[in-house]
Design a protein around this ligand. Structure first.
Ligand SMILES: Nc1ncnc2c1ncn2[C@@H]1O[C@H](COP(=O)(O)OP(=O)(O)OP(=O)(O)O)[C@@H](O)[C@H]1O
Length: 598
């Protein structure tokens, strides 16, 4: 059945098989002996089509496998070879039946027929009652029986067994070899062994000596004349996603740990970006407290030059001259107070004891405590009450917005109300100039420009500057810490993924040994990686959704926008795909024989 012609195999400089020749019979149990390191596994791997890096020719049923490409060798294994390993190479987390039926994904039979075949085999090898048992719960002898059933499910004409009894005790070894002997009645079974007792069961015993294959019995090649054809079955498209999904479930805990590590990293990073929202919130709070936040006040005697300078600056608006006014009266109910002189004053630098500063377009007024006491004994109660202001023939109904800290009788109103006082003033001495900065971000730079020109302006630049620099340091800190968490998260998940993939060399070597094509294995891994990224994205969505809800419920300044949520979820999935491609690259490209040795 198998003809080995002039086979030479080297690993680097060491010659393992040197121009070896041999013809295997069509059926029977052949034991392969040889000293440790003599090349028994190497020969079996070559016969199985795991290794094609040799010189010479191997023909199986008249067809040379030496010239076959990778995919043809896969099909050869799938249709002709059953491989049994010393360490079983069964998939943990899968049941006995699932392990046996792994090969059935490559055949064209329907599910029901495959299940029936598998159960019949289990019956034959005497472990029918274990069909639904998880592999890890079986004894060594039982595991090797499952491995034999898996090798037999495709009814191959060749069974290759690499020390199948090596890990078993005497009783189990005898049972397994008896089983192999029975199987060999209608196929060729080649068994590597060191055990002379096993050889007692063999029809033929061969060995590797001095890099040659040597027959212990001269009759061995007798039956080789009857011609058989190499089996070739139609190629079936394997559902890689189904297998990927199953693997994903089996390795769920490890995949969940990887996803969690990545999603926490990305989540922290995204939260750091939301520190921009903290700034917005702080600015909003500041504006709420200091409604004259963008107002500036310059006490100027030579007003013309300053007035023109302010008017020419594009960052500045609402520039107007302020004057001292006389005989302003305030009244509330029966109480009234007239101020003989009222001087313009800086608004933004005042600090409030109660309430807020007067807002524009709200007709509001703020009073000092001593003035407020003229209208109410408990001055905090005044906030929200209406007061009437009379100046000349003008009369204003104003709402008290707050009480500010000053030790004398005084008040101030918002710029829009104040400008009304000056409409009829023409030739009076200018007392000061008021201006507003259009944008919050320009308050500090306008103040700097004025102080460079030695113009003394009272404004909120120092508070705004402090707020901005606090934010800058805060966001730097946030970004550093969250970048570190992101890097640690990515590193941990990369390590976990690489470890997970490394633990799977044997599993993928097994799939390859069963006849799964490299491209199919690749698709299985891609499916798993897609599922992994979906899981990481879901974790991330849950984390961010949770943060969003908590932010809403407890009114936290740290909040995330829908765009940030979207970016975070997409980048988590992307990060996982990149890491998993990197982690599984080596795995996919490892030859089955090498993968099985790992
Ligand atoms: N991929 C490889 N790269 C380099 N050397 C290898 C490789 N595989 C096997 N060898 C070497 O080739 C020699 C034959 O190895 P092989 O596993 O075929 O021996 P063996 O007869 O099956 O030994 P044992 O009975 O101990 O399993 C050994 O010296 C081994 O170290």
């Amino acid at each position: 059945m198998i003809q080995v012609k002039n086979l030479t195999k080297k690993y680097d400089n060491s010659l393992i098989l040197d121009d070896a020749n041999f013809a295997f019979p069509n059926k029977g149990l052949v034991c392969l002996l040889g000293a440790s390191g003599s090349g028994k596994s190497t020969l079996l791997n070559i016969l199985a089509g795991f290794d094609s890096d040799y010189s010479g020719d191997i023909t199986v049923c008249g067809t040379s496998i030496s010239k076959m490409n990778e995919d043809e060798l896969c099909a050869y294994r799938r249709d002709n070879i059953g491989f049994i390993f010393q360490n079983y190479h069964l998939l943990s987390g899968y049941t006995v039946l699932e392990n046996i039926m792994l090969h059935c994904e490559l055949n064209s039979l329907d599910e029901q027929s495959n299940v029936e075949n598998a159960k019949e085999l289990l019956n034959r090898i005497g472990i029918a009652e274990k069909a639904s048992e998880k592999i890890e719960n079986l004894s060594g002898g039982q595991k090797q029986r499952v491995a034999i059933a898996r090798a037999l499910i495709s009814n191959p004409s060749i069974i290759l067994a690499d020390e199948p009894t090596g890990a078993l005790d005497r009783r189990n070894s005898t049972e397994i070899i008896t089983l192999l002997k029975e199987i060999s009645k209608d196929r060729l079974v080649i068994v590597i062994t060191h055990d002379q007792k096993i050889c007692d069961f063999a029809d033929d015993v061969i060995s590797i000596e001095n890099a040659k294959i040597v027959a212990k019995d001269a009759n061995i090649q007798k039956e080789n004349d009857s011609v058989q054809n190499l089996k070739t079955k139609p190629t079936i498209k394997v559902s890689a996603f189904k297998r990927g999904l199953k693997n994903f479930k089996v390795h769920f805990t490890r995949y969940a740990a990887v996803s969690l590590a990545i999603s926490i990293g990305v989540f922290c990073f995204m939260l750091s970006l939301s520190s921009g929202n903290i700034m917005q919130q702080s600015i909003a709070d500041f504006k709420e407290k200091n409604t004259a936040y963008n107002n500036g006040y310059i006490k100027a005697e030579d007003d013309k030059a300053v007035f023109e300078l302010l008017n020419a600056d594009e960052r500045i608006e609402n520039v107007y001259r302020q004057y001292k006014i006389n005989n302003v009266s305030l009244s509330m109910g029966d109480n009234s107070k007239t101020m003989i002189e009222k001087y313009p004053m800086p608004k933004t630098t005042e600090s409030m004891s109660y309430g807020t500063m007067p807002k524009k377009e709200a007709n509001e007024i703020a009073l000092t405590p001593s003035l407020a006491k003229k209208f109410a004994s408990n001055i905090s109660n005044l906030v929200g009450k209406e007061i009437t202001l009379k100046y000349g023939d003008q009369s204003y109904k104003l709402i008290v917005s707050g009480i500010y800290n000053a030790g004398y009788d005084d008040f101030f109103v918002s710029s829009d109300v104040e400008q009304g006082f000056y409409t009829d003033i023409k030739d009076e001495q200018v007392y000061s100039i008021s201006y507003d900065v259009k944008n919050f971000e320009d308050i500090v730079s306008v103040s700097q420009m004025l102080s460079e020109k030695e113009i003394d302006s009272k404004n909120a630049a120092s508070e705004v500057g402090a707020l901005q620099s606090t934010f800058k340091s805060l966001s730097r800190l946030f970004l550093t810490v969250s970048s570190m968490i992101l890097a640690i998260g990515l590193f941990i998940s990369a390590v976990l993924l690489v470890k997970l993939q490394n633990s799977r060399y044997k599993e993928l070597g097994l799939l390859s040994a069963l006849g799964f094509k490299k491209s199919t294995i690749q698709r299985i891994l891609i499916s798993e990686n897609v599922l992994l990224s979906a899981m990481a994205a879901i974790f991330n969505a849950v984390l961010i959704g949770g943060a969003y809800l908590i932010g809403m419920i407890f009114d936290f300044a740290i909040s995330v926008s829908p765009l940030q949520i979207f970016v975070s979820i997409v980048s988590t999935g992307f990060a996982v795909v990149i890491i998993s491609i990197f982690a599984s690259h080596k795995l996919i490209n490892t030859e089955p024989a090498v993968a099985l040795r790992k």
